[in-house]
Design a protein around this ligand. Structure first.
Ligand SMILES: [Zn+2]
Length: 331
């Protein structure tokens, strides 16, 4: 990096990149209700006036974690504002000029100064606090951008402070050029293991090691409670039905159907072909597992579609179960 570039970056430290802007709506009970339902937070101080007063408050309060929600603008307004040439865009452009084109949020620390109550109207502004020198990270060389977002009430008093850090990084070159779908040879990643980057390896622990060991031998096991005979997956130390720690296993027949699925387009990992079908399949025995579907296009997949077990080599030491449509069995 040239000294001139460093100077231009440093000029952003202390600069306001988002001016004080009020949220679209004041703090209100309907939004609080949606939030606590989604979070499954049944603390009564958020919705029950009497319970809130019993804690010494004047009435219901908003969950502290909603601070950000009160100043969110929604997708349409955010998309419309993007590229509008404000200081935040200038900083993004300057970082892109340095090759830092990718971004990941790394941490967020909140300080809450007072509880928000219905009727408060929150506004937020954001100032760049620091920009790190270039650091080597697992994702690629990058810079940590720390900004300070202050949340103000209708009287201008600060109600919360958020220190927010992102990593802007230069993505590492891919081990191989991603193929366009039309260039892709016949067959799945499973059938061309020699061309593939290794798959991310599963996190194996004491509770699930038996399952991966069997998978290495291409046997799909299901853990079974030795006390009540309930099957369970993923593997765990204790039966969710009866609490017993005793277990054995049964071998799955390999017959299953698609319970649910998503089609993953991004982000891309070089070990996989895209679009990648990530499915929850329900085994004939009744347990479900997360897996990939092979030998089928996203357009052809249907919920309840019968599928059958197949295997991929996921590295020199591991095999993983995948599923393909029954019609293709034996191909
Ligand atoms: Zn049990």
């Amino acid at each position: 990096m040239s000294a001139a570039y460093e100077d231009r970056l440093r000029a952003f430290v202390g600069r306001e990149i988002h001016p004080l802007r009020p949220g679209q709506d004041p703090v209100n009970v309907p939004m609080i209700r949606h939030w606590v339902e989604a979070m499954e937070d049944d603390n009564p101080i958020y919705l029950d006036e009497e319970a809130a007063r019993a804690t010494g408050r004047d009435g219901v309060v908003a969950p502290a974690s909603m601070a950000q929600a009160w100043v969110m603008r929604g997708y349409a307004a955010t998309a419309a504002a993007k590229g509008g040439g404000g200081p935040a865009d200038e900083l993004t452009d300057l970082l892109a000029e340095g090759g830092y084109t990718s971004v990941v949020a790394t941490d967020s620390e909140f300080e809450f100064h007072r509880e928000l109550v219905p009727g408060d109207h929150v506004a937020a502004r954001e100032v760049v606090e620091s920009i790190s020198p270039e650091k080597a990270t697992a994702l690629g060389a990058g810079r940590f951008i720390t900004s300070l977002r202050t949340y103000h009430d209708q009287d201008g008093e600060i109600v919360a402070v958020q220190r927010w850090r992102i990593l802007r990084f230069r993505p590492k070159p891919k081990p191989q050029k991603p193929r366009e779908p039309e260039e892709r040879p016949e067959g799945t990643a499973a059938e061309r293991p020699e061309e593939r980057a290794p798959r991310p390896q599963p996190a194996i622990n004491r509770d699930n090691a038996f399952w991966f060991e069997a998978a290495r031998e291409r046997r799909l096991l299901i853990q079974r409670c030795a006390a009540c005979r309930t099957l369970r997956h993923p593997p765990g130390p204790c039966c969710p039905e009866c609490g017993s720690f005793e277990w054995d296993t049964v071998r799955a027949s390999g017959d299953a159907h698609v319970y649910s699925f998503v089609v993953n387009h991004h982000p891309r990992h070089p070990a996989f072909d895209y679009p990648l079908i990530v499915a929850v399949v329900e085994l004939a025995e009744g347990t479900r597992l997360i897996t990939n579907l092979v030998g089928v296009t996203p357009e052809e997949v249907e919920i309840d579609m019968p599928v059958v077990l197949d295997w991929v080599d996921a590295g020199p030491e591991s095999s993983l179960p995948v599923f393909r449509p029954v019609a293709q069995e034996g191909q």
